[in-house]
Design a protein around this ligand. Structure first.
Ligand code: 13P
Length: 264
């Protein structure tokens, strides 16, 4: 597909259940010191700390006018109600959260989140003018059984179904093969491109050229500074959702600066 739209890369650090609020502040101060104006001009950057850290991180971002975007790892789909332990998207938007991960495989596998839940969350996140980062991906067993396309495209169709082109244009979809998460096994850049290219083709089919050219598609799964440049060289990969390697601010800064280095 010809590409009229320039998609700005997005590097997102998903800290999962790591870093208390003191550690988050120290991390962010170091990250901000390592990244330059040019880095932020070339690449959007989001960090997704645990909920208990978000207010502290927001205060630091505001006070120091940092260009890092604040993200959350999850939210509920309702504004408020009797949902013990859940977090409202309305509350996140009040804290200037800009990106919310939804449907992460750990939420789907460990906490039973379904495609239907993910679809409701996407609507709630967009209602509050935040950007959903919708995670999709297959298990190793599904991959070995040749079911990657069926699984991933099913998740993508469910996430996009009934949405307008404008709503899809502003979304982020992260392809995270579950067998590559935290395992040190990365999909080869051509395997990642094959699935991510197919996701873009699915968006094209469901929503047309503008949505397909605008939606940002990330890869996630054992991304590190040593493999990011090769992944980013693929035509449909617009960024990365990084777990383990984002916990170290120097390593995450090198990932953001992928344009400055090449993999050997
Ligand atoms: P790792 O980068 O640790 O493999 O985690 C990927 C991930 O799950 C990001 O959401």
């Amino acid at each position: 597909m010809s590409n009229d739209v320039v998609r700005k890369p997005l590097m997102s650090g998903n800290w999962k259940m790591h870093h208390n609020h003191f550690e988050s502040i120290q991390y962010l101060q170091k990250l901000a010191y390592l990244l330059t104006k040019e880095d932020f001009a070339a690449c959007d950057v989001s960090v997704h700390p645990p909920f208990t850290d978000i207010r502290s991180v927001q205060t630091l971002i505001d006070a120091d006018e940092l260009k890092v975007s604040l993200g959350a790892q999850h939210c509920h789909w309702d504004d408020k109600g009797a949902f013990t332990g859940e977090v409202s998207p309305a509350f996140l938007s009040k804290l200037n959260v800009q990106y919310v991960i939804c449907g992460h495989s750990e939420r789907r596998e460990l906490f039973g989140e379904t495609d239907a839940d993910v679809a409701k969350k996407i609507s709630a996140i967009q209602k509050y003018k935040m950007t959903p980062i919708v995670c999709v991906g297959e298990t190793l067993a599904e991959r070995e059984a040749g079911l990657t396309t069926q699984k991933v495209m099913g998740q993508v169709r469910s996430a996009l179904d009934g949405r307008s082109s404008e709503q899809i244009e502003s979304m982020v979809i992260a392809y995270e093969p579950i067998w590559a998460i935290g395992t040190g096994r990365t999909a080869t850049s051509s395997d990642a491109q094959a699935v991510i290219g197919a996701i873009r083709a699915q968006v094209l089919e469901m929503s047309g050229v503008k949505a397909a050219q605008s939606v940002r598609l990330q890869y996630g799964g054992s991304v590190k500074a040593a493999n990011i440049a090769e992944l980013m060289a693929q035509p449909d990969i617009d960024g990365a959702l990084v777990g383990g390697a984002s916990l170290d601010s120097a390593e995450f800064a090198r990932i953001v600066q992928f344009r400055l280095h090449r993999t050997p």
